[in-house]
Design a protein around this ligand. Structure first.
Ligand code: SF4
Length: 725
């Protein structure tokens, strides 16, 4: 079911009630993809708690503490730090004024050292800094932070241990570099929910993949030179610190990195938890214990990567082959390489480096080294001298590409007893256990209850001239197809009121079709009915276009927004009510199938999980299409026409992969349509939906307490009858 139809409130109500009935159940950890989604979950939880109060008169309702945790960028209240442009620069700026060595210097009476008064305030109140039971959105946290002079970011992290419900981004659970920060507070009885998880496999893969470009390697070289200078300086001024670090490393990383002190330091330099516990307890290999030896070691690894980048042909290797080459050429063994990320973290701390953002390149290289030497399978190292689509422009890249999404999910499934994966477009649902490699306890696709037939999916296979339409490779540039697509949009623009959203399979295809429409005069015809706006790869431009699109819909002029599947708009922007009365999906948004990463992943899926190439590609394309068309339905009172404009949607193997809320509403009479038939359906649907809603009908799908009891009773009776049989 699409967003706005009750998934979140159902889950919240079920799980928090279960928590209340079974106090041994741990926290509810609710993972969302974006900050607005996080805020929405917290608002819905507040509504639920208010509703529950009715059944516990006299203030006897159960106490729940729920809060959202996000990055410093979203929670910082320091006037200067919070004005930083990016997440990385906010983190680095915060680190500069909260690092333990900075605070130490300030405490010694050094007035020139700047510290954060909000961090200081929280630190002074220490364990007594607590939040009362309630629901705290990010905004609430900031307000409390300003009022009490507590840093909201560190307050949220401190309160995780006491909260019943914690809402945060997927990354806090999946990305190994961030997950240790919060996972220490989470017991295995916690219930983890991944909401809007239709793309969870891609999030997992991104979290474990690293790309290195020429510029990254050059900057990493500069980072190493700076580190070398700092080590020399420290040798002259404070050699004992380096010796102390050496002693700790002899005892293993656990004593040096993985168990850092609480506070700002712990949040910046995080241990790499891809390393198993037993390795963390081992002594760090002798050849990288000394700071200057470690820098020389990284220099050798960097020179290997630079040589590897200097190639003319594409190479694809598995980790074992890559590691063998590293050993032969620069004499680095894989065991030592596993430690390179954590050793770097330790060194940065010893050198008291707080400008974290400047050292991102060397971190990437170290991350690359640790990942490639930790996993023997599920990864590919792809070195390309240029992008296939622009072979004349040299643009070398080395990609450590994770091919197995289950690697990032495995720690979650191992650690927590209950994990819920949910979305409106998890379809076909049985593919997810395969690609994430888990055994589901329950697998259910639920029907959506509607008070009226507000969804109208249609499959358009032909233009008005009866010629088939499709974005298949051999047809997509056919002028007949382009004209038919254009004419269909003109007809819809004349029929459908307010906003229409169109999704294309790629930016390139959208650009070519729009310029062809311009030549055919179709664009000017469209403009007679509605204004036309286009998504570009520039975020600022797109935001402006969206803003103007909304204004055109608000003032009644009506507008068309041309967008791209898999783009920012397709994943994150809602077109509710009059902002989206119709959505057209031009073609099936397959991935770029010649991409080497995709080819390597398909091969891996076939060999490891027996998922056929064509099945995965169709599944991935159809989930994107479903995601796009779902943009127009954001609540049960909303309505929208959904046009699947490609003859391939007529085929059962494609249609079967659409989520149930679309297939159950897709009538046989709406299949295999031509443009004129589509327009007739659109006209009738819009007329019907424009009628006032019978208010008595609203709530038809809601169950009262009596009807719920009756339902439960009939279920009991039928199960008793079954047992007697
Ligand atoms: S400690 Fe908190 S308030 Fe201070 S700079 Fe860092 S994030 Fe901002």
């Amino acid at each position: 079911m699409p967003t706005g139809t009750g998934k979140t409130i159902t889950l919240l109500s079920l799980i928090t009630s279960y928590q209340l009935a079974r106090p041994d159940v741990g926290k509810l950890i609710y993972c969302t993809r974006t900050v607005p989604e996080m805020e929405k979950v917290l608002v819905e939880l507040q509504e639920l708690i208010d509703y529950r109060k009715k059944y516990f008169p006299g203030g006897k309702e159960p106490q729940i503490l729920a809060l959202g945790l996000s990055s410093r960028k979203n929670l910082c209240v320091h006037p200067v730090v919070s004005a930083e442009g990016s997440r990385e620069s906010t983190d680095a700026r915060c680190m500069k004024i909260t690092a333990p060595w900075v605070r130490e210097r300030a405490m010694q009476g050094n007035d020139d050292v700047e510290i954060c008064e909000w961090y200081d305030g929280l630190d002074k109140d220490g364990p007594s800094a607590r939040l009362e039971p309630g629901v705290y959105t990010l905004k609430d946290m900031k307000n409390i932070g300003r009022e009490k002079k507590w840093c909201p970011y560190f307050l949220a992290r401190h309160m995780i241990a006491f909260a019943n419900v914690v809402v945060f981004n997927y990354q806090y659970m999946i990305d190994p570099k961030v997950s240790t920060m919060v996972s220490r507070e989470m017991e295995k009885e916690c219930i983890v929910v991944f909401d809007e998880a239709h793309n969870i496999d891609n999030v997992c893969i991104e979290a474990l993949s690293v790309n290195l470009r020429q510029q990254t390697l050059d900057n990493a070289g500069r980072n190493l030179a700076t580190l070398r200078r700092k080590i020399e300086k420290m040798k002259e001024t404070d050699a004992e610190r380096l010796r102390d670090e050496y002693r700790k490393l002899v005892n293993g990383l656990m004593s040096q990195v993985a168990l850092p002190a609480d506070g700002a330091e712990a949040t910046q330099w995080l241990a790499n938890p891809v390393l198993p516990q037993d390795i963390l307890q081992e002594a760090v290999p002798g050849n990288i214990r000394r700071a200057e030896h470690y820098v020389a070691f990284m220099q050798r690894f960097l020179s290997f990567l630079k040589r590897k980048m200097d190639i003319q042909t594409v190479t694809i290797e598995d980790p074992a082959t890559f590691l063998k080459a590293v050993e032969q050429e620069v004499a680095i063994d894989s065991k030592t390489m596993r430690f390179c990320y954590d050793r770097l973290v330790s060194l940065m701390r010893t050198l008291e480096i707080s400008s974290t953002d400047e050292y991102t390149p060397i971190h990437l290289v170290a991350d690359f080294g640790t990942l490639v030497s930790t996993y023997s399978r599920g990864f590919a190292i792809i070195s390309e001298p240029y992008d296939d689509r622009m072979p004349a422009v040299p643009d070398p890249i080395i990609q450590l590409s994770c091919l197995d999404a289950s690697l990032a999910m495995k720690p979650v499934f191992t650690k927590f007893h209950s994990v819920v994966i949910t979305s409106g477009t998890l379809s076909p649902i049985d593919l997810y256990p395969k690609i994430l490699n888990f055994h589901p306890v329950a697998l259910a696709s639920l029907n959506m209850t509607l008070t009226r037939q507000c969804l109208c999916p249609v499959v358009l296979t032909r233009g008005a001239d009866q010629l088939p339409v499709s974005t298949k490779f051999d047809m997509r540039h056919d002028p007949g197809v382009i004209r038919n697509y254009g004419r269909m949009l003109v007809e819809l623009a004349a029929t459908v009121p307010d906003g229409i959203i169109c999704f294309f399979v790629s930016y390139t295809y959208m650009d070519s079709i729009v310029s062809a429409w311009q030549g055919m005069g179709i664009l000017s015809e469209l403009m007679e009915h509605k204004l036309v706006f286009i998504e570009t790869q520039d975020v600022v431009e797109t935001t402006l276009a969206l803003d103007n699109y909304r204004r055109a819909c608000d003032c009644g002029r009506g507008a068309i927004f041309l967008s791209v599947a898999r783009g920012k708009v397709a994943e994150g922007i809602d077109f509710d009510r009059h902002y989206g009365r119709c959505v057209v999906m031009f073609g099936i948004p397959y991935q770029y199938t010649l991409s080497r990463i995709l080819r390597a992943r398909l091969e891996y899926l076939k060999n490891t999980f027996q998922v056929k190439e064509s099945d995965y590609l169709a599944f991935d394309a159809i989930r994107q299409a479903a995601q796009c068309v779902g943009r127009v339905i954001r609540s049960k009172a909303d309505y929208g026409l959904m046009v699947f404009a490609d003859k391939r949607y007529q085929r059962g193997d494609k249609r079967d992969k659409l989520p149930r809320w679309i297939t159950t509403n897709l009538k046989d009479s709406n299949l295999n349509m031509s443009t004129d038939m589509l327009v007739a359906i659109a006209r009738e649907f819009m007329r019907e939906m424009a009628q006032p809603i019978e208010t008595d009908d609203v709530g038809k799908s809601l169950l009262s307490l009596d009807s719920l009891n009756a339902l439960e009773e009939s279920r009991m009776q039928s199960s008793n009858a079954e047992m007697l049989d």
